[in-house]
Write a new protein. Structure first.
Length: 267
């Protein structure tokens, strides 16, 4: 079985390698896939969005996510089985919620804070090593989820809240910044399905307004459809509406922050 890892640990310390070692010591035949360890520090929502997007391309298995600014507090550690068979392991802070929604919801959930599978003594600051990695490894090795901890009501699990796009009376589509990648490309909260009726057409110009400033973009398929330095609106790899500058940084050019509003309207 595979075990995937997503964290905000980075690669400067030994945290990721130690988690690999714990998993390999318990489930020697498990294949470990690192989704990313570059989630911005403590950014639970960014981690939840990344996990949701990435799991669509992963085989079913055990999926561990650790973005845990409340480590060592009373927040629960959880493991859950989704209706599509995936097992999710991580802190109960909303990090797993978008993934299980996409996977059809939670079929069974347990509190693994005091799991019999955890390592002892448990560090107050490294639950990735002492709780999440060993629980995931035992599940990957065939242990029953119900034996990994105390049963939980799936309805009690924490979620993350995302902004919602809206249409205004003048026909403008009001979207919000969800995430920004390392290239400065900005993902908005507008899915492919939400584009129906907006009037945005490939090759057409788009009036874009944010922070009281107006810009003109082209609704394009990919970056090279516009000249270097020009602004484009496009569907990203996960079919979400996004804003970019060909060979540039849209976040900095438009001075965008998370949840910032953008008004889009066909020109």
């Amino acid at each position: 079985m595979i075990v995937t890892l997503l964290t905000d640990y980075g690669h400067d310390d030994d945290f990721v390698g130690v988690c690999h070692g714990v998993i390999a010591s318990i489930a020697a035949d498990a294949r470990i896939i690192d989704l990313t360890h570059g989630i911005p520090r403590g950014d639970v929502r960014h981690g939840a969005l990344t996990l949701r997007n990435a799991l669509s391309y992963m085989p079913s298995g055990v999926h561990v996510a650790v973005v845990d600014p409340q480590v060592g507090t009373e927040r629960r550690a959880v493991a859950a089985r989704c209706h599509d068979g995936r097992l999710l392991v991580g802190p109960d802070n909303g990090l797993l919620s978008l993934a299980w929604e996409q996977a059809g919801g939670v079929e069974l959930a347990v509190d693994v804070t005091r799991s019999p599978h955890r390592l002892e003594p448990v560090s107050a600051t490294f639950h990735g090593r002492d709780v999440f990695a060993p629980v995931a490894a035992h599940l990957a090795a065939g242990a029953e989820l119900a034996d990994a901890g105390e049963p939980l009501d799936p309805g009690s699990l924490a979620g993350v809240e995302l902004p919602e796009p809206r249409r205004e009376e003048d026909g403008a589509l009001v979207a919000h910044v969800l995430t920004v990648d390392r290239f400065g490309n900005v993902t908005l909260d507008v899915s492919h399905e939400s584009l129906a009726g907006t009037g945005l057409t490939l090759g057409g110009e788009v009036d874009l307004e944010t922070g009281g400033e107006g810009f003109i973009a082209t609704y394009a398929t990919t970056f090279a459809d516009v000249a270097p330095g020009e602004l484009l609106v496009y569907e990203d790899a996960y079919r979400m509406l996004a804003v970019a500058i060909n060979r540039g940084d849209a976040r900095n050019a438009l001075d965008l922050t998370r949840d910032a509003e953008l008004r889009l309207r066909p020109r």
